[in-house]
Write a protein that binds this ligand. Structure first.
Ligand code: PLP
Length: 398
């Protein structure tokens, strides 16, 4: 039996299982203490009511012969793609064609499946620390990525440099795990660099919804020239609580063509229609409602809730004088381990002293060795309790 031996290169899902194991052990030793997970990357608020109503209606249509729907278009129903195009026009001032938006079951699948349309020999570059899916999907194909490091020295926002020679460049904006974001001028440098080098940017906009400053770019297509070099991978997961429902989309501009004139849009549509049978009708009706005026208002309310949590975390870190980045226009805060601890030591310290669970930064790459990630996705009550415990800990130490 010949297997894909590249899979053996992947590290075990050690990080999350180890976090869970240490948390379980601690909880067993302290059964009466509320353990607070400031590690969660999942949303905690339920779906907006209007979205649930739309899915209920769609579900009931499926139970009647006249309105039942079987296989839908593999790339998404035209009314949903049109709704997304309208959203880009009204919210971002970006003009897209309906067939440049290709609906999917989420960003994770698209980020990995997109690799199908590129040559096996392409080279890739990504940030360290990084969302592990970019790395693992390339390791599975036998590729060793180049890394550009996000460190204090570059304000955690690495910029293009002569060392980056890759065909594919992953950018996540705002970034997971650091929570930092590129402004227009910085993104323009990446776009210009990609165009000058003939590289393609895979732009992960899963957290674009957290940006609430119109002077910041929420889509890479707000940057001139991006239509010639970038694909934008989007998700309703964090925006509208679709982590369990599953819906996202990727924008593949028709201007994106190879030097011999082959359209990436055509290849991606071809790939999807061969290997994917589309997102369920019920989910797509829910997704359509997310972009309605009522849906967007509900989305904003939920985002405001998470933003309030992150703001509280930042304020607490300021009081503690712990250094950190992120947490503005992002649910993530990237915290330098206090007292020269490494990531796992800091994890154990916080758990033992406060019952707070964080994510050790090392799980996102070697640049995360002395960092932990905190998130604003827990409830406000729990976030507040966690912050009180952190402040009490600081008092105790003095
Ligand atoms: N991209 C980033 C940076 C993420 O952090 C996540 C999920 O946490 C995803 C993509 C996956 O999104 P989806 O739920 O749409 O698959």
């Amino acid at each position: 039996m010949q297997i894909n031996r590249h899979f053996l290169q992947l590290s075990e899902n050690y990080l999350f299982s180890e976090v869970a194991k240490r948390t379980r052990t601690f909880q067993a030793q302290h059964p009466d203490l509320t353990v607070i997970k400031l590690s969660i990357g999942d949303v905690s608020l339920p779906l907006p009511a209007v979205v649930v109503q739309a899915m209920r209606r769609a579900c009931s249509e499926m139970g009647h012969r006249q309105t039942f729907r079987g296989y839908g278009p593999e790339i998404g129903y035209p009314w949903l793609r049109r709704t997304i195009v309208d959203f880009y026009r009204t919210q971002y001032g970006v003009k897209l064609d309906d067939d440049e938006v290709i609906v999917s079951d989420g960003a994770k699948s698209d980020l990995s499946n997109l690799l199908d349309i590129f040559d096996t020999k392409v080279t890739v570059a990504m940030c360290d620390p990084v969302y592990p899916v970019y790395l693992d999907t390339n390791l599975m194909l036998g590729r060793q990525p180049q890394f550009f490091r996000a460190t204090v020295a570059n304000n955690f926002l690495p910029m293009p440099s002569a060392e980056i020679t890759a065909d594919i460049i992953y950018l996540c904006n705002p970034a997971n795990p650091t929570g930092v974001y590129y402004n227009r001028a910085q993104l323009k440098q990446w776009v210009d660099f990609a165009r000058a080098h003939g590289s393609v940017i895979l732009y992960d906009a899963a957290y674009a919804c957290f940006i609430n400053d119109p002077s910041l770019p929420r889509s890479i297509y707000e940057i001139e020239g991006a239509r010639e070099c970038a694909l934008e991978i989007c998700s309703l997961s964090k925006m509208a609580g679709f982590t369990g429902v599953r819906c996202g989309y990727t924008v593949v501009p028709k201007n994106l063509v190879t030097t011999d004139g082959i359209s990436l849009n055509r290849l991606w549509q071809r790939r999807q229609s061969t290997k994917f049978n589309g997102v369920s009708y019920i989910v797509q009706r829910g997704a359509e409602t997310v972009f309605s005026a009522e849906g967007l208002a509900a989305v904003e309310r939920n985002l405001a809730y998470y933003r309030r949590n992150v703001k509280l975390i930042r304020r607490t870190l300021d009081q503690l004088k712990w250094s950190y980045v992120g947490g503005k226009h992002s649910p993530y805060v990237w915290v330098r381990c206090p007292g020269m601890r490494n990531a796992w030591e800091c994890f154990d310290f916080l758990l033992q002293e406060t019952g707070i669970v964080c994510t050790p930064g090392i799980g996102f790459g070697t640049a995360g060795e002395n960092y932990i990630r905190l998130t604003g996705f827990n409830s406000y009550a729990n976030t507040r309790l966690a912050c009180q415990r952190l402040l009490a800990l600081a008092q105790k130490k003095h």
